[in-house]
Ligand binder design. Structure first.
Ligand code: IPM
Ligand code: MN
Length: 389
C-alpha cells in the first residue's frame, strides 16, 4: 500500500528497519585510502544485506590536502563533516614533514583542527587481544589472554591546544597545558557510563604529584565518582600506568586520561594485541563522530596492497554501533574474528602466507553480506580467491 509520500512509503514497505546515513569519507595519506576503501566495501555490503542506505562523500585532509589545496583541512571538509552522520577517516602524515621542524603547514594540523571544529572531545580506543595473534605480542601469552580495556582520551584540550610560543631568538619555547572543569566533566561522564556497562572499574591516569591540571582532574573525577557509586575508581600516576600496562594489562577496564598522556599510553597499549594494524578508535563529541584506525599513514607500505585493513574495518564497526546498528556492528566483528581464526591475514601478521589488503576486505564484505557461511572450509576460499591473490 502506498502512502501520500511515495518515497518514504516505498522505503517503509521494503524494509521498515532500514536507516539512511550520510557518511563523510576522508581517506587521508599513505595507506589511508587503501584501508578505508575496504571499510566502505564492508559498509556497502552491510547496507545491501540489511536494507540501509549509506551515502559516501569524499573529502580531503592531511598531506594530500596540502598538495592539492595548500591547506591541510579545507573549509569544505569541515562543512561536510559538520553536516554528516559520521566520518570515516584513514590516516594522516607524510615523511617529508616529519624531519622539518620549520615547516609552517603540517598535515597533522588538519586533524587537530577537525577535532576542535567538531568538538570531538572524547577519543575511545578499545584494546583487546585475539588468540590467533598472541604469538605476535611482545608480552607473554599468560599476561595478555583476556586483556580487554578501553582508553578514554580527552582530545580537544591540554597541552595540544594551549598557547604555544617561541621567543624571537628561537632559543626558548613553551606549550601551555590548560583544562577547565567542564572539559574534564564531559568526558568523565562518558567514561563512567561506559564503565557501568563493563566491569565497573575506572582508572584515572594523571600526574597529580606534579601538575596542577592533573590535580584538577583528580578532584573533578573524585566528585563525579559520587554519582557512579557502583563503579570502583582508582588513580595512577602516568609513569606507573605506563609500567602497569606492560606488567599486568588485565587489571584495567576503563582508563580515563588527558590528551597527551592518552596519546602516549594508547600507542603503548596497542602493541599488547600483537599488531598496531588492528586497533580501531572513535572520536565523539557534540555532533558527528569520527572513526579511524589508530595506526599512522605507514608510507613505506602505501599503494602496495599489504596494509592491514582490520583497524579501519573495526573502526567501521564502531561507527555502526554509534548509529545504533549493533547487530550489524557485531557481525563485522564476527567477520574479523573469522578471518583471523582462519589465517586470512595480512603481511604484518604472517609475512610468508599473507593475503592482500583488498582480499581481506572482500572476504569480510562477503562474510557480512551472508555470502560466506561461517563454517566454510579454508581450501574453498583459497580456490575462490585464487584469481585475486
Ligand atoms: C593520534 C595521532 C595524532 C595525535 C597526531 C597525528 C596529531 O598521534 O591520533 O594519536 O597526536 O593525537
Ligand atoms: Mn598518537
Amino acid at each position: 500500500m502506498k502512502g501520500k509520500n511515495q518515497d518514504s512509503s516505498e522505503k517503509t514497505d521494503t524494509d521498515p528497519t532500514g536507516v539512511q546515513k550520510n557518511i563523510v569519507v576522508i581517506e587521508g595519506d599513505g595507506i589511508g585510502p587503501e584501508v578505508t576503501r575496504q571499510s566502505v566495501k564492508v559498509l556497502n555490503s552491510i547496507a545491501d544485506r540489511f536494507g540501509h542506505e549509506f551515502s559516501f562523500t569524499y573529502f580531503l585532509m592531511g598531506a594530500i590536502a596540502i598538495d592539492k589545496t595548500g591547506n591541510p583541512l579545507p573549509d569544505e571538509t569541515i562543512e561536510a563533516s559538520l553536516n554528516s552522520d559520521a566520518i570515516l577517516f584513514g590516516a594522516i602524515g607524510h615523511p617529508k614533514y616529519d624531519n622539518d621542524p620549520s615547516a609552517k603547514v603540517r598535515p597533522e594540523q588538519g586533524l587537530l583542527k577537525l577535532r576542535k571544529s567538531l568538538q570531538l572531545f572524547a577519543n575511545i580506543r578499545p584494546v583487546s587481544t585475539y588468540a590467533a595473534l598472541h604469538h605476535l605480542s611482545p608480552l607473554k601469552t599468560k599476561n595478555i589472554e583476556g586483556v580487554d580495556f578501553v582508553i578514554y582520551r580527552e582530545l580537544t584540550g591540554g597541552i595540544y591546544f594551549g598557547k604555544k610560543e617561541i621567543n624571537a631568538a628561537g632559543t626558548q619555547a613553551s606549550d601551555d597545558c590548560v583544562y577547565s572543569r567542564e572539559e574534564i566533566e564531559r568526558i568523565s561522564h562518558l567514561a563512567f557510563q561506559h564503565a557501568r556497562q563493563r566491569r565497573k572499574k575506572l582508572t584515572l591516569v594523571d600526574k597529580a604529584n606534579v601538575l596542577e591540571t592533573s590535580r584538577l582532574w583528580r578532584k573533578v573525577v573524585q566528585e563525579i565518582a559520587g554519582q557512579y557509586k557502583d563503579v570502583a575508581v582508582d588513580f595512577l600516576f602516568v609513569d606507573n600506568a605506563a609500567m602497569q600496562i606492560i606488567l599486568n594489562p588485565k587489571q584495567f577496564d576503563v582508563i580515563l586520561t588527558e590528551n597527551m598522556f592518552g596519546d602516549i599510553i594508547s600507542d603503548e597499549a596497542s602493541v599488547i594485541s600483537g599488531s598496531l594494524g588492528l586497533l580501531p578508535s572513535a572520536s565523539i563529541g557534540k555532533g558527528a563522530a569520527l572513526f579511524e584506525p589508530i595506526h599512522g599513514s605507514y608510507p613505506q607500505a602505501a599503494g602496495k596492497d599489504i596494509a592491514n585493513p582490520l583497524g579501519s574495518i573495526l573502526s567501521a564497526a564502531m561507527l555502526l554501533d554509534h548509529i545504533e546498528l549493533h547487530k550489524e556492528a557485531n557481525l563485522v566483528r564476527e567477520a574479523v574474528d573469522w578471518t583471523l581464526r582462519n589465517g586470512f591475514v595480512t603481511k604484518d601478521i604472517d609475512p610468508v602466507n599473507f593475503y592482500f589488503t583488498t582480499t581481506i576486505g572482500e572476504l569480510i564484505s562477503d562474510y557480512v553480506g551472508g555470502k560466506i557461511p561461517g563454517d566454510i572450509n579454508k581450501a574453498n576460499v583459497e580456490i575462490r580467491k585464487s584469481t585475486i591473490i
